[in-house]
Write a protein that binds this ligand. Structure first.
Ligand code: 28F
Length: 648
C-alpha cells in the first residue's frame, strides 16, 4: 500500500470547521463526558497523533509522563508538526493544528489515521479543554515553542534554540473548570491502553512514567511497552497461564482498501468471545464487518478441514461458529483509510469492502496452517467436536426436561417473582442470593416494574465449565430463561425481558464472590448486555446511624461505604449519642429500609457495569476466574492494595 511521501503535506489539508468555543460549551460531544473517561480521552487524543506519526513510519518512540500537578506530557520522535506559515490561515501550521478543530487530519490524503468514534476529534479539542498547553517542536535542527490557554494562543511561536533530532512534545493541564469530577489520572487505565497500542503497532516503544510514584531509587515509576511480535504477542498475552493447543497462527493481507493482520491461538479454556477486533487501533467492541468476515471464515475453514480429513462424517452435522471458537483467543486488526464507525458507541465497523478482505485472508491463512500442522490441527478439531457434543447433550437434556414439563423454555423459573409490566425498557430484575434476601426484596419491590430472581447459593463459575455443565446448572439456566435473550449465536438483545439487570448481593465477602461469578457469566454468555449498559450493581448501605434512645425506629443516616462512615464519625461531635448498625446482609434490613435505600429509583444509587478496556477485561476474567492458580495469585498480589471489593 503506497503511503504518500510525507513531505507532500501542506497546511491546505487543514479544514477550519468550528471554533473551540463550541468544544468548551459541549465537551461531551467531543470526548464523551467530563468524568474520568473524558479526562483520559485527552491523553488518547494526543498519543493518537504520535501513533499516526508511527503509522507514517516516522516515529518509533513515544514517552508519556503523568506529573504530580495532574498535567501530562507526551513526547514523540516523529518529524515534528510543521511550523511553516499556513498558506490559508497565515499562521504557523502548528498553531493551526492546535487551535482549529479537525485540523491536522489526513482528510483525503494517503496513509492511516487513528480516527473514528470519539477518537480523531483532534488535538485542538485537548487544547480547548486545557487551562494550559505547551508545545515544543524539533525540526530542521531547531527547536520552537508555542503555548496556549483554553485553546487561545498565549505565547506566539518562538525559536528556543538548536535541536538534535526531530519530534513533537506536548504538555497539557486539563481545565479544572471543565473536569469538575476529577483531575486524577489512573495509571492502570493509561497503562492498559498503551499496552494495547504497542501490541497493535509492532515494535513501537511506548514508555509511561508516573512522577506521583517514585521507585526505590527515587526515580519516577516507569513501564515500557514494546512488542516485536505485535499481535502475536497480544494473543500470547491473552492466553497467559493457559494450556494452548497451537503456536500463534499469524497472517497479514493488504489491498487498495486497507491492511488486515490476524493472530489466533486456541487453548483448553471454554470462552467463545475472546476475539478482539480493532480498526485503526480502535477497539470495535460492537464488532462489524471485519469480525463477521473473520467468524465466517473460521467456521467454514474448520468444517471443511474436519470433513476433508474425515474427522466429521457425512452424517455428522456441521460444527457451529461457537463450537469452532471455543477456547480461541484472536486479534483482528484492520487499518483502513476511510473507516466508517457505526453503532451506539461508534465502535462497530461498517466498511463492507473489509469483510471480503478479512474473509479471504483468514480462509487462506488458516487452511494453510491446518494443512501444514496436522497435530495441532487435530487438537483444534477435537476441541470443536467436544463442544458440539456438549451442546447437543445440553439440547437433549433440555428436550427431556421440556417433555417432563419441568423447565420448558416457555415457562419462567419457579423462583422468579416477575413484574407485571411487559415493557422491557421499563422493567428491571434484581438478582439476589438466597431466599431470605429474596423474601425481603419481594416485599420491598414495586411489582409493577421490578422482578426478583433469588439464586440458591454460589453459582457455577462458567470460566471453568463448558457449555454443557453451565446449562445443566439450575441457577445458570434460570438466569438465561428469566433474561430471555438466549446465549451464544442464538443471543438476541431484542428479546431481553428487562433493560436493567441489577446484581443485588450482600455487602460481605460471599456477596462479593457471587457478584464476580455473575459478572463472569454475563461477560462470557451475554457480553452485549454489558455493552448496552443493561447490567448494574446495587449499592445497599453498609451502615445505619440512629440517635440513641430516640423513640422513632427511623434511621437518621445511611452510609454506603467506609469513607462515608469515617467522614460522618469525624463530623459528629460525640458519636456516643448514636447507635451504629452494620448491615451484613440485605435480610437484616426491613423491606421498607431496603426499598428506600437500595431499590427505589429516585433514592437509590446503581453502579452501571461497563468494559473500559476490552483486552484488560479479557485478561482479568481469565486470570481471576480461570483454573490456573498461579496467575490469580499474582494478579491479587499486584492489586491487593486497591481491592476493596472486586469489580470487573
Ligand atoms: C505529542 C503528540 O502530535 N505528533 C505529531 C506530526 C507530524 C506532522 C504533522 C503531526 C501536516 C499539516 C496536517 C510533519 N512533517 N505528538 C504529535 N507529529 N502533524 S502531529 O503534520 C500535520 C499535517 O497539517 C508532519 C510532514 N508531514 C506531517
Amino acid at each position: 500500500m503506497a503511503q504518500a511521501k510525507p513531505e507532500q503535506y501542506s497546511g491546505s489539508d487543514i479544514q477550519v470547521l468550528e471554533g473551540l468555543e463550541a468544544v468548551r460549551k459541549r465537551p461531551g460531544m467531543y470526548i464523551g463526558s467530563t468524568g474520568p473517561r473524558g479526562l483520559h480521552h485527552l491523553v488518547y487524543e494526543v498519543v493518537d497523533n504520535a501513533v499516526d506519526e508511527a503509522l507514517a513510519g516516522a516515529c518509533d518512540k513515544i514517552e508519556v509522563w503523568i506529573h504530580e500537578d495532574n498535567s501530562v506530557t507526551v513526547d514523540d520522535n516523529g518529524r515534528g508538526i510543521p511550523i511553516d506559515k499556513h498558506p490559508k490561515e497565515k499562521i504557523p501550521t502548528v498553531e493551526v493544528v492546535l487551535t482549529i478543530l479537525h485540523a491536522g487530519g489526513k482528510f483525503g490524503g494517503e496513509g492511516y489515521k487513528v480516527s473514528g468514534g470519539l477518537h480523531g476529534v483532534g488535538v485542538s479539542v485537548v487544547n480547548a479543554l486545557s487551562s494550559r498547553v505547551d508545545v515544543r517542536v524539533k525540526r530542521d535542527g531547531e527547536e520552537h515553542s508555542i503555548s496556549f490557554e483554553r485553546g487561545k494562543t498565549k505565547e506566539k511561536l518562538q525559536r528556543v534554540g538548536k535541536a538534535k533530532g526531530t519530534g513533537t512534545k506536548i504538555t497539557f493541564w486539563p481545565d479544572p473548570e471543565v473536569f469538575t469530577e476529577t483531575l486524577v489520572f489512573e495509571y492502570e487505565t493509561l497503562a492498559n491502553r498503551f499496552r494495547e497500542m504497542a501490541f497493535l503497532n509492532k515494535n513501537l516503544k511506548i514508555i509511561l512514567y508516573d512522577e506521583r510514584e517514585l521507585d526505590e531509587t527515587g526515580a519516577a515509576k516507569k513501564e515500557t511497552f514494546q512488542y516485536a511480535g505485535g499481535i502475536q504477542d497480544f494473543v500470547k498475552w491473552l492466553n497467559t497461564g493457559k494450556e494452548t493447543l497451537n503456536k500463534p497462527i499469524y497472517f497479514e493481507a493488504k489491498n487498495e482498501d486497507g491492511d488486515v493482520e490476524v493472530a489466533m491461538q486456541w487453548s483448553t479454556s471454554y470462552s467463545t468471545n475472546s476475539v478482539l477486533a480493532f480498526a485503526n487501533n480502535i477497539n470495535t467492541q460492537e464488532g462489524g464487518t471485519h469480525l463477521d468476515g473473520f467468524k465466517q471464515a473460521v467456521t467454514r475453514t474448520i468444517n471443511d478441514y474436519a470433513r476433508n480429513k474425515g474427522f466429521l462424517k457425512e452424517k455428522d452435522s456441521n460444527l457451529s461458529g461457537d463450537d469452532t471458537r471455543e477456547g480461541l483467543a484472536a486479534i483482528i486488526s484492520v487499518k483502513l483509510h476511510d473507516p466508517q464507525f457505526e453503532g451506539q458507541t461508534k465502535t462497530k465497523l461498517g466498511n463492507t469492502e473489509i469483510r471480503s478482505l478479512v474473509q479471504t485472508a483468514v480462509t487462506q491463512g488458516l487452511a494453510e496452517f491446518l494443512e501444514e500442522n496436522p497435530k495441532p490441527a487435530k487438537r483444534i478439531i477435537d476441541k470443536a467436536s467436544q463442544a458440539l457434543k456438549a451442546r447437543e447433550a445440553a439440547r437433549r437434556a433440555r428436550e427431556m426436561s421440556r417433555k417432563a414439563g419441568a423447565l420448558d423454555s416457555f415457562s419462567l423459573p419457579g423462583k422468579l417473582a416477575d413484574c407485571s409490566s411487559k415493557d422491557a425498557s421499563l422493567s428491571e430484575i434484581f438478582i439476589v442470593e438466597g431466599d431470605s434476601a429474596g423474601g425481603s426484596a419481594k416485599q420491598a419491590r414495586d411489582r409493577k416494574f421490578q422482578a426478583i430472581l433469588p439464586l440458591r447459593g454460589k453459582i457455577l463459575n462458567v470460566e471453568r465449565a463448558g457449555l454443557h455443565r453451565a446449562l445443566s446448572s439450575e441457577s445458570i439456566s434460570s438466569l438465561i430463561t428469566a433474561i430471555g435473550t438466549n446465549i451464544g449465536e442464538d443471543f438476541d438483545a431484542e428479546q431481553a425481558r428487562y433493560h436493567r439487570i441489577i446484581i443485588m448481593t450482600d455487602a460481605d465477602v460471599d456477596g462479593a464472590h457471587i457478584r464476580t461469578l455473575l459478572l463472569t457469566f454475563f461477560y462470557r454468555y451475554m457480553p452485549e448486555l454489558i455493552n448496552l449498559g443493561y447490567i448494574y450493581i446495587a449499592q445497599p448501605p453498609l451502615y445505619g446511624l440512629k440517635k440513641k434512645n430516640s423513640r422513632s425506629i427511623k434511621i437518621d443516616k445511611y452510609l454506603f461505604n467506609e469513607a462515608a462512615l469515617k467522614k460522618e464519625m469525624a463530623a459528629l461531635e460525640d458519636p456516643d449519642k448514636y447507635d451504629l448498625q452494620r448491615y451484613k446482609g440485605l435480610g437484616e434490613m426491613d423491606p421498607q429500609q431496603l426499598w428506600e435505600t437500595t431499590m427505589e429509583p429516585s433514592t437509590r444509587t446503581l453502579l452501571q457495569v461497563s468494559i473500559e478496556n476490552a483486552s484488560e477485561a479479557e485478561r482479568v476474567v481469565s486470570e481471576l476466574m480461570g483454573d490456573q492458580v498461579e496467575p490469580r495469585k499474582l494478579f491479587i498480589q499486584k492489586r491487593a492494595k486497591e481491592v476493596r471489593y472486586l469489580d470487573i
